[in-house]
Design a protein around this ligand. Structure first.
Ligand SMILES: [Zn+2]
Length: 241
């Protein structure tokens, strides 16, 4: 292998960096676009709505029950009053039935107070439900838009990835096999920048200062055919000058 092979390796490194950058963008797209937050909001609003609706069902059932009991009492009072009017109740018992009516009316008034409280809560919850439904509508629409936009972004990125992968396979087709192995080995370890240029006497991978003897040695190796490329003794990256 020779210096030209390392030039091709730089091209490969660019392609790999491009691939990494795109797959990273794909992996954080939900987060970065705000779609994840919108999904969370929609879920939480749906939960709120669910619990409000169950509370509403309980309140409506309570109101109906109180209403039923109040009607029963009203019917009883009406009955007793009808008896009084018909003269079926003796003068002696009149005080007792009047007391009973008064007792029933008190009970009914208590039930009506309770019903009134329940109805106020129903009104409040109706209002809250409307608010949450409105928020949900807006957030859900935003989520749909984000999903559609993300689908487009994903399609574009996937196309770019396909192009880069094609470029990669063209490059790996012409790059020396053993050099590729060295490249992959270093990449596995350092993640990015497998080849480091020497600039101002420093390895650009780890900033190690190379002595002029070391730099001369790298130049000498690169000037001819070599079986292993020169590497940085600190970070292990291939060196290029
Ligand atoms: Zn280094």
């Amino acid at each position: 292998m020779d210096k030209f092979a390392l030039d091709q390796l730089f091209a490969l490194q660019d392609v790999d960096a491009g691939l990494w950058e795109r797959s990273h963008r794909l992996s954080i797209l939900e987060e970065s676009s705000g779609a994840r937050a919108a999904t969370d909001d929609v879920k939480s609003l749906q939960l709120d709505l669910k619990s409000m609706n169950s509370r509403m069902a309980i309140l409506v059932a309570t109101r109906d029950e109180l209403d039923g009991r109040s009607r029963d009492l009203m019917a009883k009072v009406k009955n007793i009053k009808a008896k009084e009017m018909s003269g079926a109740i003796s003068h002696r018992d009149f005080a007792t039935t009047e007391a009973e009516i008064s007792h029933l009316e008190t009970q009914r008034s208590e039930l009506e107070d309770a019903e009134f409280e329940v109805m106020s809560e129903i009104e409040q919850i109706e209002f809250q439900i409307q608010e949450v439904e409105q928020k949900l509508l807006v957030r859900d629409a935003e989520l749909s838009e984000l999903k559609a936009a993300n689908a487009n972004v994903r399609a574009v990125i996937k196309n770019e990835i396909a192009d880069l992968e094609e470029k990669r396979s063209q490059l790996t087709g012409v790059i020396d096999g053993s050099l590729l192995k060295i490249y992959d080995g270093i990449r596995l370890r350092v993640g990015s920048m497998t080849l480091a240029r020497i600039e101002n006497g420093n390895c650009q991978g780890c900033r190690l200062k190379l002595s002029s003897v070391e730099i001369e040695s790298v130049k000498r190796v690169l000037a001819a055919e070599f079986s292993r490329p020169p590497t940085c003794e600190q970070c292990g990256r291939m060196l290029y000058i």
